[in-house]
Every structure is written in structure tokens, then in C-alpha cells.
Ligand binder design. Structure first.
Ligand code: GDP
Length: 298
């Protein structure tokens, strides 16, 4: 967690700095609350979460004197309160096995790396993991996933470039079932440029999956790049419609990203946040700890 804080703290400077300027007057009054709300919005928490935090602060402390340190702690507590309900780890519970985890997200979001990290994570919990290269649109995507599969020592099912993703997924589920795999992690195409095509592709994958196991896919995990700030929110919007997202993993929180968008996502969509990515290495996936993240953001 030191490492997380170390890398992540950069992302929080903005809100901290903004909050730092706020408490000049001794008492929490409307003007101060306005400034707090602005600071939250500027830091990507979004208008809804900002208003909610403002209201909570006002309820608890209006007219009372407050130091800068107390204000930050109070804001962190309200952020944590928004994040706690969405901190839901990804559990492998599917019966019959395998649990089918579709991973979606735009190219460049860190999807492939996240699949490898997630596979590695599940292996460390003693689950048998298999990968499936369902993004057949990009030859590079298949190759890259193969490299990661080798690295974590997981079997992988691939098909031909430009082949049918649904048939890759079909093969993968059959092989995973036959070989007693616990979790099948499926890469999918992230082409938002052609929403219709992507929708059809995912619908076909679902249809094939449903024929093999009515419960599948058990998870549809959207990978979001935290450095995209507010764009991450519009991606949730679109992928919710296109793919039926069941949970999120936010990557690149070690960089210059501001974690505030996590709060906006939690407030607006209430989707489970399963984990966060804090680097490019296999072990750079962290459980989503709302209290830690809240303290870092504030
Ligand atoms: P994809 O196109 O969505 O499959 O993205 P990739 O998995 O290929 O990742 C794109 C780039 O982001 C690569 O250079 C990754 O190493 C990098 N990346 C992925 N996750 C993280 C993260 O959590 N932190 C950082 N700093 N880089 C990441």
C-alpha cells in the first residue's frame, strides 16, 4: 500500500491543494462550502458527488469551526462513504465451472495488461485460469495476449485473425470445462468507433455462451483508464448499453490521473469497482480499498 500511495498521491494533489486554500475563515459557512464543492468538481468527482459531500458536511458541521486538517478528514470520510458500497471484489463462485469473465474496454485502456494481472491474481488464489483471445480484430491483440498467457503460465485459446470471436469463446468454454478450469478470462474487441458492430459481436458471444451455460458470462468487467478523467464516465455510459457491464477496474492510477473520477463513477453508476491498476507489472493490480483511496484523493 506504500507503493500505491507513493504513486497514487500525485493524483490527489489537486484536491488537496484546492481544499488547502479553502479554510481561511474559522467557521464552516456557505462561502466555504461553495469552495469545497468547486474543489471537488475541479478534481473530477462530478457535480452529483460534490453536491452530496457538500450537503453532508453542512449537515454535520455547518457553523462550527473547522481546521484545514479536519476539513480534509471530513471530505475523505464522505468520499469513503460513497466508495464503500461499490468496493466489491471479483469472486470465483460459478457452479458449474468455469466462471466466464468478459473483459471489455477501449484500446489503450490497459485491457490486455489487466487480463494478465487478473489471471495472475486468481492463480495466486489457487484458481485454474485460462485466457481467451476474443479480440480477433487486431492481430497484435492476439499476439500480446499470448505473450502474457505464457508469462503467467496459463493456457490460452485463440482463433485466426479476423475470425469469429464467438467461435473462439465457444472453443474456450468447452476446453475450460473439459480441463477443469475455474476462471476463463475473455478478451474482447474495444472498438467503440463502430458501436453497432461491437454490439452485434458481443450479442453473438452472449448467445453462444448462453447455450453452453445460461449463467455465462458471469462477469462483464469494464477496464477504464483513469488518466481519461471525465471520458471514463462516458465510456461507462456507452459500454453499459452495449455490453451490460457488471463491474469496473480502473487502471493507471499510478500516473498523473486524479482518482476523483472513481468517486464520480461510484456516485453516478453504482457499479462494483473490483480492483485498481497501479502499474505495468503483473502484481500491480490492487484490491479496491475505499478508505485508502479516499484518503489519497482528499
Ligand atoms: P489495451 O490496448 O487496452 O489492451 O491496453 P494494454 O494492456 O496494451 O495497455 C496499454 C498501455 O498501458 C501499456 O503500455 C501498459 O503497460 C499500460 N498500462 C496498463 N495498465 C497500467 C497501469 O495500471 N498503470 C500504468 N502506468 N500503465 C498501465
Amino acid at each position: 500500500s506504500d507503493r500505491l500511495l507513493g504513486g497514487f498521491r500525485k493524483t490527489s494533489d489537486r484536491l488537496s491543494d484546492n481544499l488547502a486554500g479553502v479554510v481561511g475563515t474559522a467557521k464552516l459557512d456557505d462561502a466555504t462550502l461553495d469552495e469545497v464543492e468547486d474543489a471537488l468538481i475541479v478534481s473530477d468527482l462530478g457535480p452529483a458527488a460534490a453536491a452530496r459531500i457538500r450537503d453532508r458536511l453542512a449537515e454535520k458541521r455547518f457553523g462550527l469551526s473547522i481546521t484545514e486538517r479536519e476539513l480534509k478528514e471530513a471530505v475523505a470520510e464522505e468520499i469513503a462513504a460513497i466508495l464503500r458500497p461499490v468496493a466489491v471484489p471479483l469472486e470465483v463462485t460459478a457452479f458449474p465451472r468455469p466462471q466466464v469473465i468478459l473483459v471489455i474496454g477501449v484500446n489503450g485502456s490497459g485491457k490486455t495488461t489487466t487480463i494478465a494481472k487478473l489471471g495472475h491474481w486468481l492463480q495466486e488464489d489457487d484458481y485454474g485460469v485460462m485466457l481467451a483471445a476474443g479480440d480477433t480484430f487486431r492481430a497484435a491483440a492476439i499476439g500480446q495476449l499470448k505473450v502474457w498467457a505464457d508469462r503467467i503460465g496459463a493456457p490460452i485459446v485463440t482463433g485466426p485473425e479476423r475470425g469469429d470471436p464467438a467461435s473462439v469463446v465457444f472453443d474456450a468454454v468447452k476446453t475450460a470445462t473439459d480441463t477443469g478450469i475455474d476462471a476463463l478470462v475473455v478478451d474482447t474487441a474495444g472498438r467503440l468507433q463502430n458501436k453497432r458492430e461491437l454490439m452485434d459481436e458481443l450479442a453473438k458471444i452472449r448467445k453462444v455462451l448462453g447455450r453452453l451455460n445460461p449463467e455465462a458470462p458471469h462477469d462483464v468487467v469494464l477496464v477504464l483508464d483513469a488518466t481519461n478523467g471525465q471520458n471514463a464516465l462516458s465510456q461507462i455510459e456507452i459500454f453499459k448499453e452495449v455490453a451490460g457491464v457488471t463491474g469496473l477496474i480502473m487502471t493507471k492510477l499510478d500516473g498523473t490521473a486524479r482518482g476523483g473520477v472513481l468517486v464520480a463513477a461510484a456516485e453516478q453508476y453504482g457499479l462494483p469497482i473490483h480492483a485498481i491498476g497501479v502499474g505495468e507489472q503483473l502484481d500491480d493490480l490492487r484490491p479496491f480499498d475505499p478508505d485508502l483511496v479516499a484518503r489519497v484523493i482528499a
